[in-house]
Design a protein around this ligand. Structure first.
Ligand code: MRU
Length: 345
């Protein structure tokens, strides 16, 4: 199994997924600015992966602080947490993971003021987040595989695989689990403009596993669903609200509307660490990224007139009435989401 993020003796080691499938490059660092930039530049991306990476980054910073002054130690950790929180605004797992590490630190301080002990606790909590993510993905895979039939064609968007998590994946984890159970499924992957996570990452992962995949451009989804060429849609999520709104890669909403129009079941697959219990739909911050991502192919090949105004929202919001079910590590929840999601949390 691909393990894109790991703890390497006081440093974070990660696979630079911005270069996949052209190059397989790993980096290691314990430098706060370098780690924050890895998230901003999407060397690490996908909601669960960002959460795990931020937790390990905090651990690497804590591990390497050289002081016996507890206030100085805590200030450095808070500074790192604040910098990491500013990297990307939409994926809830980032904030969830940082809070979880800080809460563990707070709890530990009630027992001990030893910096060595506090460092140990921070590293331990970050590693728990890493291993739990893989475990939860496998559990989601088992729950999700129950709705997949032998012979199904599944349409998916963006990349929700090992490369978007600590390993195994969310929506792609369900596909992987169904395949491991011997179900002869096929996948249709959207290319996912502008950064091509579908074409570059999902296709790369599925080809490696031998799972049949067909690549389409994003604007072919209507054609594919209207022709009955897909049985189910499975996507991941960056944030799920208690109302059942699913915030995910730009283009997800379009696919959900089309799935509804053509009676194709539409599922979101995400761990409960993606469920945001507080934010209301009107408060969700959608990340707006560099316009050059739209004016070019992968910031290399220009495809339009220089400096033409562009929009580049990285995510959109799918309302609950378009979501057939939400697959989590605790089971599959169905509408009414404001009751079922609350219960599962
Ligand atoms: O901008 P990205 O590549 O970080 O966006 C990723 C997605 O939208 C994924 O669908 C989502 O994070 C779920 S990944 C398991």
């Amino acid at each position: 199994m691909i393990r894109p993020i790991e703890w390497a003796n006081g440093k974070v080691r990660w696979l630079d997924v911005s270069k996949i499938p052209f190059e397989e490059v790993y980096h290691e660092s314990n430098d706060l600015e370098r780690l924050a930039r890895a998230i901003e530049n999407m060397e690490v991306r996908g909601a669960p992966a960002i959460g795990v990476f931020a937790a390990l980054s905090l651990a690497a910073i804590a591990y390497n602080i050289n002081t016996d002054n507890i206030d100085a130690f805590l200030n450095k950790i808070m500074e790192a947490a604040n910098r990491l929180r500013r990297t990307r605004p939409t994926a809830y797992n980032l904030f969830w993971a940082i809070d979880r590490v800080l809460n563990r630190l707070k709890k530990e301080m009630l027992e001990s003021r030893s910096i060595a002990k506090l460092k140990e606790a921070v590293v331990d909590e970050a590693l728990r987040i890493l291993y739990e993510d893989i475990e939860q993905n496998k559990r989601m895979g088992r729950h999700g595989a129950t709705i997949i039939n032998d012979g199904d064609v599944i349409l998916t968007h963006c990349n929700t695989g090992a490369l978007a998590t600590a390993g195994y994946g969310t929506a792609l984890g369900v596909i992987r689990a169904a395949w491991e159970q011997g179900k002869r499924i096929k996948v249709i992957a959207t290319e996912t403009r502008p950064l091509l996570q579908g074409a570059r990452l999902t296709v790369w992962e599925l080809v490696k596993e031998g799972i049949p995949v067909t690549l389409i451009t994003d604007n072919m989804v209507g054609y594919v669903l209207s022709k009955g060429l897909a049985d189910k849609v499975l996507v991941g999520a960056d944030r799920i609200l208690l109302s059942g709104h699913v915030i995910n890669k730009i283009g997800t909403y379009t696919i959900a509307v089309l799935a509804h129009r053509h009676d194709v079941p539409f599922y979101a697959v995400a761990p409960t660490s993606t469920i945001d219990p507080k934010t209301k739909v009107e408060e969700v911050v959608i990340e707006e990224r560099d316009p050059d991502e739209v004016r070019t192919v992968l910031k290399k090949i220009p495809i339009t007139v220089p400096n033409v105004p562009v929009m580049n929202p990285a995510f959109d919001i799918t309302p609950p009435e378009l979501v057939t079910g939400i697959i989590t590590e605790k089971g599959i929840v169905y509408p009414p989401y404001n009751e079922t999601l609350r219960k599962i949390l």
